[in-house]
Design a binder for this molecule. Structure first.
Ligand code: SF4
Ligand code: SF4
Length: 356
């Protein structure tokens, strides 16, 4: 039996102690002297109000609880794009984590080294580089942001440890696993190797629409806690009336017998916090309408400033920037939407391109 604790809260008081009570409190996970990685979602350098990254006040509340239990928190993630100290600094600053770290004296990870590891239980991924900072701790608490995802439809707890893969290797895996089911399997493979002790989800200010980088912030006021990422993601789907097997990673988890036999909700039930009208990405409309959505392609709009981030991340070298404008070669494009995910100007929309 898996437990998912759901509560309504806000950033002034995310009530971390309350959601952890049924799980035995933070002291059940953190012992005196433990170095604890708070594995946040730091997709890119975006302000907290854009809902792209785990909110600093949510992280603050978890860090405080870790300290009360006797542990020492460390904040870390590998954002999309190049995994460099410069990129980390920019992301920490813009997302409010630099300020949080200063105020609360919490170290931010700047170690960009990685090591190659075997994944003995991996189905698709048998070996991969992983960031060192994930292994140089005693415990991991994952703090996923509740968001939509144009390629995987939702990015929740099962996807959070994909951030343990360093920088551009993540983009390369899009080329290696271009179908959303094989990509989902690969993410589950990572979870067989790296198992956070606890998941605390920031669904207070969530993202709907064209996530994970360019969707719309939506105030849900939700905080979830669990030790089971699959159960947590199923619970989120239930609050939106989405059939969980429609989400690729949950479908693959079911096939791989990773679904919990039963989920207990000690506090609120998903039905208590049901949210009608949650907007999925246009690539996932079929989950709500039942009609197959046409294949969406990335389209560069006139908001493009020619920064080159899309060119850098594209795993198929399908984007070129000339005269400060990005151009996509659709014959090479695999519709992974990495370019859409990282564009700092939201200059890439997803739509249907007319055949020539
Ligand atoms: S589309 Fe976006 S990421 Fe690509 S060059 Fe233009 S502004 Fe930069
Ligand atoms: S152009 Fe964009 S969607 Fe197409 S392969 Fe490159 S990153 Fe992926």
């Amino acid at each position: 039996m898996s437990q998912v604790i759901i509560n309504k809260a806000n950033y002034d008081n995310p009530e971390i102690d309350l959601v952890l009570k049924p799980l035995g409190g933070m002291e059940n996970f953190v012992k005196k002297g433990d170095k604890v990685l708070l594995k946040v979602n730091l997709l890119s350098a975006k302000e907290p109000e854009k809902a792209v990254t785990t909110h600093p006040d949510f992280i603050r509340a978890v860090a405080k609880a870790v300290r009360v239990a006797g542990g020492s928190p460390l904040i870390g993630d590998s954002p999309a794009g190049l995994f460099s100290k410069r990129a980390l600094k920019k992301a920490y600053k813009r997302s409010g984590l630099e300020e949080l770290a200063k105020e609360e004296e919490i170290p931010l990870n700047y170690d960009t080294d990685s090591r190659k590891l075997d994944i003995p239980e991996g189905l698709k991924l048998k070996k991969s580089p992983f960031c060192d900072f994930v292994f140089d701790v005693d415990k991991i608490i994952a703090l996923p942001k509740l968001k939509t995802h144009s390629f995987q439809y939702m990015t929740l707890a099962c996807k959070i440890m994909y951030g343990a893969v360093p920088g551009l290797t993540k983009a390369k895996y899009h080329a290696k696993f271009p179908r959303n089911m094989s990509f989902a399997d690969m993410m589950l493979d990572i979870l067989t190797l790296i198992k956070p002790q606890l998941y605390l989800m920031d669904g207070i200010l969530a993202m709907e629409g064209q996530g994970p980088g360019g969707g719309d912030p939506v105030e849900l006021g939700l905080v979830l806690a669990s030790t089971d990422p699959v159960a947590m993601d199923i619970a989120v789907c239930r609050t939106f009336g989405i059939e969980p097997v429609g989400i690729p990673v949950l479908k693959r988890a079911k096939i791989r017998n990773l679904w919990p036999e039963q989920i207990e909700y000690p506090l609120l039930q998903p039905e208590d916090v049901i949210y009608k009208g949650f907007k999925l990405p246009s690539t996932a409309e079929h989950l709500l309408t039942g009609k197959k959505a046409p294949k969406k392609s990335p389209i560069i709009t006139d908001k493009c400033i020619g920064c080159g981030d899309c060119e850098e991340i594209c795993p198929k070298e399908a984007v070129r920037v000339n005269d400060e404008l990005a151009k996509i070669n659709y014959s090479k494009c695999i519709r992974c939407y990495c370019c859409h995910e990282v564009c700092p100007e939201n200059a890439i929309k997803l739509g249907t391109i007319k055949a020539k």
